[in-house]
Design a protein around this ligand. Structure first.
Ligand code: ASP
Ligand code: MG
Length: 439
């Protein structure tokens, strides 16, 4: 069985939903994971914001506006009076529920419930649409099987068992429609897998049912070899290793959520990135096979801060790095890049919430300097160290651009450069020219 996930834009209007319905009704039984219609989760966040600020009027205005939009979607989506009525009832019940939170104390718990409504609505709408078309479609309630443990990590054993029993309730169905993003936590409360988490849902479900393939449908024809917003002449990459995809997703390729890679990789289930606007395009296949000896793509991550700790004490000392890392750990700040020399260490972070405290603590161990507004350029491919020449290619491509840090050898799949943000566009273009366009 295949698992197909459609993102917010792919279900962003009644017409788009109809297009998706066509794509998924080819006679093959499958599980379909949907995001909320585009813009909805952001609007639900905005509603929650008003409620945190104890402004129910503000919240109600946004709720009413969103509800009006959905009523229009309903009118456009269904053709029969019966399903128009069902659709209206669906919308009304969810919006009445959202409204009920404007009257009471508002906490994180209520916010999570509000945030879950987007996916509950989109899947409900799609399920009715499919039924109107005569398809045997059923809803699999994600809140009955998708669950995180005490560390807020998905619980694969629970997920597998509960999903199986949900599937067994409807053995003859053509299509199983379910919500991305939403789950319950270890205490049974409504929760979610973090923003953009629908990809993660699809991957977890794929692993749980031993799917033959997980398809992530968006509105671009796969993962590109560079950022199309920054660079001309980018191309879709046809195949990637899971590790390459993880590096790219983490370092800025917006098309796939980084958490999505792990469950599929462990279960050895290929992930295919496909385009709803061009459904027959081949997209990108992510698997445990890789094309050898090849640089596949370049990605960039902005808003990076570099911190250098220089210390005479590092010379021949042990335990220095531990002390440095402990400081970052105590402020729950993760490090992206690291470079060391015998007299100092440089690291980068993208979360600067506790930067001042971190710098204060680091000053106990050495002289600290900070470079803000930096950017990590990450080159991804099969970069095993015994492959000769790719480092030189990358460095040649970056000619004329000052490089603050270089990191290679952490994995076989990535070489990273830290540069100034203002040099990013130029660096990405030069890399595309050299690595992919043969200039
Ligand atoms: N609807 C959620 C969000 O906007 C989850 C997702 O789309 O993946 O973050
Ligand atoms: Mg998304």
């Amino acid at each position: 069985m295949k698992v197909l996930k459609f993102g917010g834009t792919s279900v962003g209007s009644a017409q788009r939903m109809k297009d998706v319905a066509k794509l998924i009704t080819d006679g093959e039984q499958k599980i379909v994971v949907l995001s909320a219609m585009s813009g909805t989760t952001n609007t639900l966040v905005e509603i929650s914001d008003y409620l945190y600020k104890k402004n129910p009027e503000g919240a109600n205005e946004v709720i009413n506006r969103l509800e009006r939009k959905y009523r229009q979607h309903i009118d456009e989506l269904y053709s029969s009076a019966e399903f128009k009525a069902k659709g209206r009832e669906l919308i009304k019940s969810h919006f009445d529920y959202i409204r009920s939170f404007t009257k009471d104390l508002f906490t994180l718990f209520e916010e999570k419930v509000i945030l879950s409504q987007g996916e509950l609505i989109s899947t409900g709408m799609m399920n009715y649409y499919l039924q109107e078309q005569g398809v045997k479609s059923v809803l699999l309630p994600a809140l009955e099987f998708m669950r995180t443990d005490k560390n807020a990590e998905p619980d694969p054993v629970y997920i597998k068992e509960k999903l199986q029993s949900q599937l067994e309730l409807h053995l003859g169905a053509d299509l199983y429609i379910t919500q991305g993003f939403i789950c319950r936590n270890a205490y049974g409360e409504v929760d979610n897998l973090q923003r953009g988490g629908s990809d993660y849902t699809a991957s977890l479900i794929g692993a749980a049912v031993g799917a033959s393939e997980i398809q992530i449908w968006t509105d671009i024809d796969g993962m590109h070899n560079n950022d199309p917003r920054e660079v001309d002449k980018t191309e879709a990459v046809r195949s990637l290793h899971f590790e390459e995809a993880a590096e790219l997703a983490y370092f800025g390729a917006k098309i796939l959520h980084p958490t999505c890679v792990q469950p599929a990789k462990y279960a050895n289930i290929p992930v295919r990135l496909l385009n709803t606007m061009d459904p027959t395009a081949p997209g990108t296949l992510i698997s445990n096979d890789t094309e050898k000896d090849k640089i596949k793509a370049v990605a960039a991550k902005d808003n990076i801060t570099a911190i250098k700790i220089k210390s005479g004490r590092m010379l021949l000392a042990y335990g220095f790095l531990r002390k440095v890392f402990e400081i970052f750990e105590s402020y729950q700040t993760s490090i992206d890049m690291i470079c060391t020399s015998e007299v100092g260490v440089s690291v980068t972070v993208d979360n600067t919430k506790h930067l001042n405290e971190i710098l204060d603590d680091l000053k106990k161990y050495g002289t600290v300097t900070v470079d803000k507004d930096m950017c990590i350029i990450c080159i991804v491919g099969d970069l095993d160290w015994e492959n000769i020449g790719f480092e030189q290619l990358a460095l040649d491509a970056l000619q004329g651009i000052p490089v603050r840090m270089i990191s290679y050898g952490g994995s076989n799949y990535n070489i990273s450069f830290l540069i100034k943000k203002e040099d990013k566009k130029r660096a990405l273009q030069q890399l595309s020219n050299k690595l992919f366009n043969g200039k």
